[in-house]
Design a protein around this ligand. Structure first.
Ligand code: 5GP
Ligand code: MN
Length: 357
């Protein structure tokens, strides 16, 4: 069995035309990049470099240390570390890829540099409602990860013979992290045909699992344990769990970016909980909002309507300008408006009685 092409042939033809005219390629991904953003970018860069291009990956800010194991991560150009915010590298590009984001807002301070560049753009993304921001818009919201799309892109271009074990590792990591180790959004049989092919290219799937999923710092274990023990509130009537971490608490535990990755998913393991919200006070008066849900409950709607953000039905995020206490009040004020999306079953019965308030 082999994988089926999923990208429109016309788009592959257009992308191929742009590649024919390009030499310096810059691959960009969204701010606070995750395994899919970095994995898809590094995988694509590696294959394009093997094909004779000069491809670099540019991120708006620092990738989480949990991804340090990815081949090629040391060569990533982190725009926030340079005074020109990535202008020089982008102005030298003759083709730009936009991976794993659907709008310029998602690349934050890199946006002016991208807008100043005259290079044509190819978007490869799986977020809903993409902005019209690229010459070739390969947008597949039904896909479980951008990395899955990058695999197909390379295969349909006929470049998959250049995909080595390192490229396969990067692409697989994105597929793994965006599906919670294939625990959600992952019933498409095509995913496993791609994995079979990546294994044939030398991917060590078990090793990636250990490095990407089952490696923790002491601080990470402690802060996640603390947050679940002391700062998790269950609101059974809304079938929701709220976790918060204040700036002071983050400092107390020596928090570094990525330490609470996955924390927002934990309450979904409680029977009866339909969605989970995590508020992290990144700065005094700035709170990062993360939401996860199960079934049809649309957390992207809450993020869009109340927290200037967006995302997927079951995984979304946004921002709140104000204190953590104000953010909590905003969440509590919003909840009743979304009760209508809760599934029909009786909430209280299946919800645990013990409520931490
Ligand atoms: P996370 O909770 O892991 O930060 O983000 C989950 C998903 O929500 C991301 O993959 C992204 O699609 C979306 N997301 C997170 N933060 C934002 C945001 O501030 N704005 C928008 N539009 N989407 C976000
Ligand atoms: Mn993604």
């Amino acid at each position: 069995m082999t994988t089926k092409p999923i990208i429109k042939q016309e788009q592959i033809r257009q992308a191929s035309g742009l590649l024919d005219k390009a030499r310096n390629i810059v691959i960009t991904c969204h701010m606070t990049p995750d395994g899919d953003a970095i994995g898809s970018s590094l995988g694509l860069a590696r294959v394009l470099n093997a094909a004779g291009f000069r491809a670099s990956v540019v991120t708006p800010d620092t990738p989480p240390h949990a991804l340090d194991f990815l081949p090629g991560i040391c060569d990533v150009y982190i725009a926030s570390r340079f005074a020109d915010g990535g202008r020089a590298i982008l102005s030298a590009a003759d083709l730009v890829f936009c991976l794993d984001y659907n709008g310029l807002k998602r690349i934050d301070r890199l946006a002016p540099a991208l807008e100043a560049s005259k290079a044509p753009r190819i978007m490869i993304d799986h977020h809903l409602d993409p902005e019209n921001m690229a010459d070739v818009m390969i947008s597949h919201p039904e896909a479980s990860s951008t990395s899955f799309l990058v695999y197909h892109f390379l295969k349909q271009l006929g470049l998959d013979n250049l995909m080595d074990a390192d490229a396969a590792t990067c692409i697989y990591t994105g597929m793994l992290t965006d599906t919670g180790h294939f625990s959600y959004n992952s019933n498409d049989p095509e995913i496993y045909l791609v994995i079979a092919d990546l294994l044939r290219k030398g991917l060590d799937k078990d090793d990636v699992f250990t490095k990407a999923w089952n490696t923790n710092s002491v601080n990470r274990l402690r802060i996640c344990g603390y947050a679940q023990c002391h700062n998790m509130t269950l609101l059974p009537h809304h079938r929701m769990a709220l976790i918060t971490l204040s700036r002071d608490e983050l400092d107390e535990f020596g928090y570094v970016k990525g330490d609470t990755e996955g924390l927002v998913n934990r309450p979904l393991s409680i029977p009866g909980i339909v969605y989970s919200i995590y508020l992290r006070e990144d700065e005094k008066n700035y709170v990062k909002v993360s939401m996860r849900s199960t079934g049809d409950f649309p957390v992207n709607k809450i993020c869009e309507e109340r927290f200037g953000g967006g995302g997927h039905l079951n995984a979304a995020g946004g921002e709140f300008d104000g204190s953590l206490t104000e953010a909590i009040d905003a969440v509590l004020a919003a909840l009743p408006d979304y009760d209508r999306y809760l599934p029909d079953e009786e909430a209280v019965e299946s919800c645990p009685q013990k409520t931490v308030e």
